[in-house]
Write a protein that binds this ligand. Structure first.
Ligand SMILES: Cc1ncc(C[n+]2csc(CCOP(=O)(O)OP(=O)(O)O)c2C)c(N)n1
Length: 288
């Protein structure tokens, strides 16, 4: 048992139910360390997820949290940040959660640039529902629902994010814990949307993309200027040896909160506004 603030037992918290060897354990550990290193208290942090194995994470960390519907972490995270901009908001989810069920939200998130961090636990499979092909499953891989092999091309979310001028785009593999921690810390510190895709083996349902496979098929980026969008896109398109590190960063984008502030009549964050109890009661009564 470590002394990490984020480890303390929360009333009603659940036992961890990931498979032994799952990459989610290390992502959880690294996320806790990153937040502590940045001196973010659990009270200052909100972890938002959708559904899936990765989606269970808010139950296992002592902070504010919201386990929402499949694919819906991103709009909820945007709402949480809007209601209380002082919170450090981190959305977590699997590749299915973020790129399939939540794919539409993912695209619009890239345009909006809310000041949140998105961690995509990319195990290239639907884990919770026992091994169906996900948007990132490699072509030809046999799965429980594609017994003759997946026929579609995998989605390249990093390339999409760079093409859409997202403000911080990074990729890691959880086998490189120090790199992952460094990227998460930089992502949380970044002002604007920070997407970190983290390769993580699913030891039960993905027998192709193992720890050894990722070690062989990934490389840590050296000598790359993340403000060079064309170079970033070229890196993202390399699917022979996936580049790990910060692929792209554009610091001059306005955050969603800043864009909205220009149009608001009342810029007091929602959580600080007084609730008119009488008006609320009348509204509720009118619906009876
Ligand atoms: C709208 C909707 N569609 C499908 C499901 C069933 N479902 C729950 S989790 C899941 C897959 C999760 O896979 P992923 O997001 O990659 O996360 P992992 O479990 O691999 O961490 C699916 C298909 C659901 N709950 N809601």
């Amino acid at each position: 048992m470590s002394n990490l603030l984020y480890d303390s037992q929360r009333p009603g918290s659940q036992e961890i139910s990931w498979c032994p060897g799952c990459g989610d354990f290390a992502i959880l550990e690294v996320l806790k360390k990153s937040l502590e290193n940045l001196n973010k208290t659990p009270q200052q942090t909100a972890i938002i997820s959708g559904i899936g194995q990765a989606g269970k994470l808010p139950h296992y960390i002592h902070s504010n949290g919201f386990h929402t519907l499949h694919g819906r972490a991103l709009p909820i995270a945007t709402g949480v940040k809007g209601a209380n901009p002082e919170l450090t908001v981190v959305a977590v989810g699997g590749d299915g959660d973020m790129y399939a069920e939540g794919g539409n939200h993912f695209l619009h998130m890239l345009r909006r640039n809310p000041d949140i961090t998105v961690l995509v636990h990319n195990n290239q499979i639907y884990g919770l529902t026992k091994g169906q092909g996900s948007p990132t499953t490699l072509e030809g891989m046999k799965t429980t629902t594609q017994p003759r092999g997946v026929t579609e091309e995998p989605i390249n979310a990093m390339a999409i994010a760079i093409a859409q001028n997202a403000s911080f785009v990074a990729r890691s593999f959880i086998g490189h814990k120090e790199l992952t921690q460094d990227l998460i810390e930089q992502a949380v510190e970044h002002k604007g949307l920070a997407v970190v895709e983290i390769f993580q083996p699913c030891v039960s349902f993905n027998k192709l993309n193992t720890y050894a496979w990722y070690k062989e098929h990934c490389r840590i980026i050296e000598d790359h200027d993340p403000s060079d969008r064309a170079a970033a896109l070229a890196l993202a398109l390399d699917t022979e040896r996936y580049p790990l590190g910060i692929l792209y960063r554009s610091n001059d984008k306005k955050t969603y909160e800043e864009q909205q502030a220009a149009y608001q009549r009342n810029n007091t964050p929602l959580w600080q506004r007084k609730v008119d109890q009488e008006a609320l009661r009348q509204l509720l009564d009118s619906k009876k």
